[in-house]
Ligand binder design. Structure first.
Ligand code: HEC
Length: 210
């Protein structure tokens, strides 16, 4: 019986760890705000379904994130290239790469925007979190706030790359609970209908054995 409860506990813990994204709507909402404030000036989310995002995350959306107001000619003049669309970047690069990239900016006086990156050497993108890092230095912000902004914007990009995952995680919890219920039910049924007779039969065999 103890073994059974251990498996049940494992399944519940496993199911809740899988629901991490579904339960973190507040983090996703924060990530969306961070994206709007710090990224949407240069990067578009072309494949983002705004209606679906409104339904999933709730609340009004500030402005259309699927388009960017930055003219291509200006972008090429300033950065040498158009900042890439980020709709599917989380699928291409993965969440940990994105997080490492955003944390990998460092001051470099030789670069036009005074910043370089450990993952993309001589990167054309400026360090957009530099004002926040400055605020940490003068004590207006805490380092945790910067880390939370990076974490949540990456979470938001993961959501944008596959919005259906949110629904899957939600359903996954119910499926695991249903499986737990079925395992419990089957165990009780098997115990009362099969194991009972087996014990009797076994008992007979044992007593018959010389
Ligand atoms: C001022 C314009 C600008 C802003 C604001 C900006 N970026 Fe960028 N970003 C760029 C440019 C330009 C590149 C291309 C860099 C290169 O290839 O050297 C880039 C590249 C990237 C890449 C790398 C894509 C790849 O795979 O090569 C990611 C990821 C990214 N940006 C994420 C973000 C996020 C997240 C934010 C907001 C927190 C943001 N960017 C804000 C201009 C910007």
């Amino acid at each position: 019986m103890n073994r059974f409860f251990f498996v049940l506990l494992f399944m519940i813990v496993f199911s809740s760890s899988y629901g991490w994204m579904g339960r973190n709507i507040t983090l996703l909402q924060h990530g969306e705000r961070v994206f709007e404030t710090y990224c949407s000036g240069c990067h578009a989310l072309e494949y983002l379904n705004l209606e679906r995002m409104q339904r999933d995350l709730g609340g009004p959306v500030g402005h259309d994130l699927s388009q960017v107001s930055l003219p291509k000619s200006d972008a090429i003049h300033w950065f040498g290239r158009m900042p890439p669309d980020l709709s599917l970047i989380a699928r291409v690069r993965g969440a940990s790469w994105l997080s490492a990239y955003l944390k990998g900016f460092y001051a470099d006086a030789h670069r036009p925007f005074g910043a370089n990156n450990t993952l993309i050497p001589n990167v054309a993108m400026p360090n957009v979190f530099a004002p926040m890092t400055d605020d940490v230095r003068i004590g207006v912000l805490r380092q945790q706030d910067v880390d939370a902004a990076i974490h949540d914007v990456v979470l938001f990009l993961v959501y944008v790359a596959e919005p259906a995952a949110l629904e899957r995680y939600r359903m996954g919890g119910f499926v695991i609970l249903w499986l737990c219920f079925m395992v419990l039910f089957l165990r009780l049924w098997i115990k009362s209908h099969i194991f009972k007779h087996e014990t009797v039969k076994c008992g007979k065999i044992l007593t018959c054995d010389p």
